[in-house]
Write a protein that binds this ligand. Structure first.
Ligand SMILES: [Zn+2]
Length: 381
């Protein structure tokens, strides 16, 4: 960690084998089968937000097609032969990577079409990986279409894009299109745990969960955030560092404030806000965090399989359920409405502390609604 050659985690931990890919299991299985059965398409399109594995998977397919350890395409490229190593280092003459963001014009595609006509120099396939494909000009798309309409047998195209709707429909329809979904918080947290442990960095599971939430489904973003945390905190990263560096609110604060509201403890609330002010907590971030927390309570109170919506580990869900049980659903609903009405005021206020104190006290004093069934039964008795 102290030497000058720190390699960013996303690069260091880039999957070298299909079974190291985090998430995307159905797509990985389909592609592995296609490679093993020799049923490889001439064009693939991998779409999805940044950092979900589009170019990683494209490179793995390229290695599987050209790995020289076997005589035919394989789902288990060795990662060690010349072909595999050159693909990893983006210097394989038969695997061309084109960044459409910087080469949008028709000329780069014309060159590519020209190269595609010739058989591979050394390996089994000529592979063209086009990153940010949606940036190509219309002329470039039309030029690409020519080759896609009659692809030479030794050619495989892999288009990666964050915006598949901007790809010429006639181009997209000639590709096997695989939309890569966001990676779940649980999967990202799991991978961060593996990385932290292998890198001898101590971060709590809670801290890593916060990183995973902030990354919003992008493994690369999560790894970059972990890079930042390590750069800042070294090999001991505590939860406060995580929260302050990510501009996130410590979850203990959210559970704590909500408990005081549930217990209608006004004095406790004022002391609580005072402590946050002394600790320099960003009160607007806190209000936003509390909104998210109330929403999470509503979700666990509403549906049984809340994990499918919230993507949190089971012990976190259990903790949320315990807290949600302190409220009726209608009360949570009204609390959410009241707080979201004040969030902007807290953001704009010269003294956000006053606004926050008042809204939390109002939440605590809010008369609790009696469910209509209980009222009816009270009337009857
Ligand atoms: Zn190989």
């Amino acid at each position: 960690m102290t030497d000058g050659n720190y390699q960013v985690l996303a690069r260091k931990w880039r999957p070298q084998k299909f079974d190291q890919v985090v998430g995307q299991s159905a797509i990985v299985r389909t592609l592995s089968n296609a490679l093993d059965q020799g049923r490889v398409a001439h064009a693939y399109c991998f779409s999805g937000i940044r950092g979900v594995g589009k170019t990683t998977i494209a490179r793995l397919v390229a290695k599987g097609l050209n790995c020289s350890k076997t005589d035919v395409p394989t789902s288990e490229p060795c990662g060690e032969c010349t072909a595999c190593v050159e693909i990893e280092e983006s210097r394989n003459l038969d695997v061309v990577e084109l960044d459409a963001a910087s080469q949008t014009g028709v000329d780069s595609i014309r060159q590519l079409n020209e190269v595609a006509r010739y058989t591979p120099l050394r390996d089994r396939y000529r592979v063209f990986i086009i990153d940010e494909t949606h940036m190509l000009s219309t002329n470039a798309f039309n030029a690409l279409l020519k080759t896609l309409e009659e692809p030479p047998p030794h050619v495989v195209f892999m288009l990666a894009t964050t915006e598949p709707h901007k790809i010429l429909p006639t181009v997209l329809s000639r590709c096997q299109h695989y939309p890569l979904g966001r990676i779940s918080q649980a999967e990202i947290t799991g991978q961060l745990q593996r990385i932290a442990s292998a890198e001898n960095v101590s971060v709590s599971d809670d801290g890593l969960a916060i990183v995973a939430i902030a990354a919003d489904g992008s493994l690369r973003d999560a790894q970059s955030l972990l890079d930042k945390l390590i750069a800042f905190g070294g090999d001991q990263v505590d939860d406060e560092t995580v929260a302050s560096l990510l501009g996130m609110v410590d979850r203990e604060l959210l559970f704590g404030a909500t408990k005081l509201v549930a217990e209608q403890d006004l004095a406790g609330i004022l002391k609580f806000v005072n402590k946050m002010v002394e600790q320099g907590t960003d009160l607007h971030q806190f209000a936003l965090g509390l909104l998210g927390h109330l929403r999470a309570l509503l979700v666990v109170a509403t549906i049984e399989k809340a994990g499918e919506i919230l993507h949190l580990p089971e012990n976190d869900l259990a903790r949320l359920r315990n807290q949600a049980a302190m409220f009726k659903i209608d009360d949570l609903d009204r609390a959410f409405a009241l707080l979201s009405g004040s969030e902007y005021t807290i953001k704009q206020s010269e003294v956000p502390r006053y606004q926050l104190e008042m809204v939390l006290c109002r939440l605590a004093r809010m008369p609790r609604l009696e469910p209509i069934e209980e009222l009816v039964s009270q009337l009857r008795s």
